[in-house]
Design a protein around this ligand. Sequence first.
Ligand code: ASP
Length: 537
Amino acid sequence: MTKSTGEKPRARSRVQQFRERMQLRSLKARKKVEDISKEDVKSFLRRNAFVLFTVGAVVFGIALGFALRPYKMSYREVKYFSFPGELLMRMLQMLVLPLLISSLITGMAALDSRASGKMGMRAVIYYMTTTFIAVFIGIIMVLIIHPGKGSKDEFAKQQKIEKISPADAFLDLIRNMFPPNLVQACTQQFKTQYGKRIIKVKMIVNDSIFNLTNATQEISQEEVIPLPGSTNGVNALGLVVFSMCFGLIIGSMKEQGQALRDFFDSLNEAIMKLVAFVMWYAPIGILFLIAGKIVEMDDITEMGGQLGMYTITVIIGLMIHGMIILPTLYFVITRKNPFIFITGLLQALITALGTSSSSATLPVTFRCLEENNKVDKRVTRFVLPVGATINMDGTALYEALAAIFIAQVNNMDMNFGQIITISITATAASIGAAGIPQAGLVTMVIVLTSVGLPTDDITLIIAVDWFLDRLRTTTNVLGDSIGAGIIEFLSKDELQGGDVELGSSVLEENEVKKPYQKIPQENDYENEKPPDSETKM
Ligand code: ASP
């Protein structure tokens, strides 16, 4: 009895305490709301204007697109309608080349070889790990959901797809790393083409009827041979390799390299200023890009069951990777809220969604990371251009998933060895894919050929590729950006000026004690971020 009476007042007082705490909290919250002045709202809107415009553009673009669909515009009308979007693409693409080169050169020149080696190692480990995780998710998803039912009846008519052998594709990747002509690399890539030649083969004919001696006869045979060829498009891989080496060299040239360092640094700053202008136009461009695509697309309700399930499987896979795996990785390594970091990237993600091109999004990604998330410029300049060129988690996930889907549609069972082959070739294909719209569809040929799947079956998934491309590009950009955040965190020792590791190469002679040159940050924050830095847009 006594025990229970003693507990009751204690319990009551606890309830009372809780109630009081709640009241206090709600009072504080009310006070906060009351304290919000017009000025605060205005400054919030001003700070987030870009993001608000961009999100508004997406919503308005979708609405406009669906509203215009019933008018059944002709192809020409759709092209005219999407013209403002096309302009955005062209403006962004215009900035990519000088931005990629100048940022990599200055990024590498600002680090000495040991620091860039360490950072590069981290970047490679991050890229490889996340790409393999993405491929794994893709494979698991397609095996669990099993969207392909082993019949091609419901798919549209097939076209012929140009074939390429995986070995040649791999060699092309390496060839493209070393462009013989840098000017040509700005517009063209190497691509093996196939030709035929007639060869004469000597055969021994054994004439057994007349029992004569063996005679040799020459017969003609056709042989398919690889020939050097090229395709249009920037050879980003070659330019990345050149710029990295060039940056490292001018970084180690002491005062002799100063003029070049200043030149590229100034070029980089100038391009970033141009990016700021283009960003004002971005919401309009995105609006028309999205609306135009919605007006143009085929009727979704006519999509076959298998293709629908395939689309859903890809979406689920990309969402798991982008919304669970990457944020968890960021949180586990940096112990910071990944969603605040992702909020800072919203504009880049939406631009990726609108343009389907991670290269074209690169200027916006730079701005988001440097301005909103305050990632060190030495990291972004080094990690982002490389990431946009070779790190494509969304594409890798998609390629592995699509290859197994095509196997399912053809009623072919993949054994463990073939699945491993798909994982490896999907990773290689994602590295080789350019950051341009639907590049992943082209490199899919390598994955399919490697396990003997019919390459013409790529056409089965073309109908939905434009849509999935947007989603995988967004995942690609997210992967690169989170990578920059993680690498910055892991490299903070090297980035701190006080490191006494080496008195080396990149330094000016009068700066020998400082192992790294500091790239001036617009909002210089002396390696220390304000606590709310991530939340500012
Ligand atoms: N469009 C993608 C990108 O730019 C590449 C792809 O087709 O998967 O990242």
